[in-house]
Design a protein around this ligand. Structure first.
Ligand code: DAH
Length: 330
């Protein structure tokens, strides 16, 4: 009886340890634990038969049962640790990052050089308290010429020939028209900067385009003088081009008096970069401002010209060709 039960216990241990060592998952391991050591498990079943034993036998078998239980428990614990470690290993391998793999190419867009200049210029003027405004590209003769002190017989019209629409309107030749539109709807003090497309009936070549971009500047207030104009232009040009010499050269525009052209010393040469002047009293009158109370200055420049100087672009047509080999350089 005794030796029979003892043999059964030892057989159970052997069988259990084999099964535990063969378990490949934590779920299987838990199944085995329940099967051998659980309340309704095999070890319990064997021990229940101890009831019939004599008083001498019982402690002996009890001691053997305890070692069987302990060694099965130890095997379970060891196998669990091994399985958990293996699981972590598998996870680590699955999550390994191969830093030597080639990257995924994602094409990157760029700001067009013209938009780059416009963005920078507007930023600088906004920093000086200016507001950005826009006007229509299709204009009336009044806003493009007449209100800017350029009547139909004015010789300055020859310089700015443009495209006329069947209804007598035209494609604006400059963003100066925005001056008038803005002053008509606002009251002084005014600080406004107006970027936009303009049109000229020019033959296209390396330095001319029938469509190009300008930025217009207008300040109206009590007591503004030519000094304010010079200071503003200087701050602006130096922010764009760096700390280079600039000069103001007397010139003529119908809508300013006095007028000047601004030159910038670039690579040892004087380059003309913008027109400017004090707003002509007739222009102020055309929008109902009293020229005895208000004075102001205005300026205008071509964005293409700035881009070509800054980036050493030899042909204006490159700016419109949408050639990525060119555009990707910026
Ligand atoms: N509108 C002029 C042009 O297209 C540029 C210009 C010159 C604008 C003098 C101004 C100015 O506001 O004061 O050539």
């Amino acid at each position: 009886m005794t030796s029979n039960l003892e043999a059964q216990l030892l057989a159970l241990r052997q069988e259990g340890e084999k099964a535990i060592a063969a378990a490949e998952t934590l779920e299987r391991l838990e199944e085995l634990r329940v099967n051998y050591l659980g309340k309704k498990g095999e070890l319990g079943a064997l021990l229940r038969s101890m009831g019939q034993m004599s008083a001498e036998e019982r402690p002996k078998i009890g001691a053997i049962a305890n070692t069987v239980k302990e060694s099965l428990q130890t095997s379970l614990d060891q196998q669990r640790i091994a399985l958990e470690a293996a699981q972590i290993q598998v996870q680590l391998e699955a999550e390994t990052l191969d830093v030597t793999m080639p990257g995924i190419y994602s094409p990157q867009g760029r700001i067009h050089p013209l938009n780059g200049i416009i963005d920078r210029a507007l930023d600088i003027f906004v920093g000086m308290g200016y507001t950005v405004a826009q006007g229509p590209e299709m204009e009336t003769d009044y806003y493009n010429f007449e209100a800017l002190n350029t009547p139909p017989d004015h010789p300055a019209r020859d310089m700015q020939d443009t495209f006329y629409l069947p209804d007598g309107n035209l494609l604006r030749t400059h963003t100066s028209s925005v001056q008038i539109r803005y002053m008509e709807r606002e009251e002084p003090p005014i600080r406004v900067v107006a970027p936009g497309r303009v049109y000229r009936r020019d033959n296209v070549d390396a330095t001319h385009s029938a469509v190009f971009h300008q930025i217009e500047l207008l300040a109206i207030d009590e007591g503004l003088t030519f000094t304010d104009l010079k200071g503003t232009i200087k701050v602006f040009l130096q922010a764009i081009f760096g700390d280079l010499p600039i000069r103001f050269r007397a010139s003529y525009f119908p809508f300013t008096e006095p007028s000047a052209e601004v030159d910038l010393q670039w690579n040892g040469r004087w380059l003309e970069v913008m027109g400017c002047g004090m707003v002509d009293p007739k222009v102020l009158k055309s929008v109902g401002y009293d020229p005895e109370v208000y004075t102001g200055f205005a300026a205008g420049f071509g964005v293409e010209r700035f881009a070509m100087v800054l980036h050493q672009i030899d042909d204006i047509r490159r700016l419109y060709a949408s050639d990525l080999r060119f555009l990707q350089q910026f």
